[in-house]
Design a protein around this ligand. Sequence first.
Ligand SMILES: [Zn+2]
Length: 89
Amino acid sequence: MAYDDKRKRIFVKHKICRFCADPNLKIDYKEPKILAVFITERGKIIPRRISGNCAKHQRIIALVIKRARNIALLPFTTAKIKTKEHREF
Ligand SMILES: [Zn+2]
């Protein structure tokens, strides 16, 4: 009874690279809507193990996201506006 199997089963969905699945889907730095799927809310590129892309397309995605960032179509990060704390006198 000490070790009953209560471990959570982590379900790994079978992931398909959506660009391999759909040859009409183009990876374009001018399409931030498509690219936005592959970045987190904070602007980080989602790793391949989560996004499900194949290596080939993940490389292109990463390159294109960086390109899109460079021309300000995507954020590098979401900047938290830091207000200076009021100094106590
Ligand atoms: Zn692919």
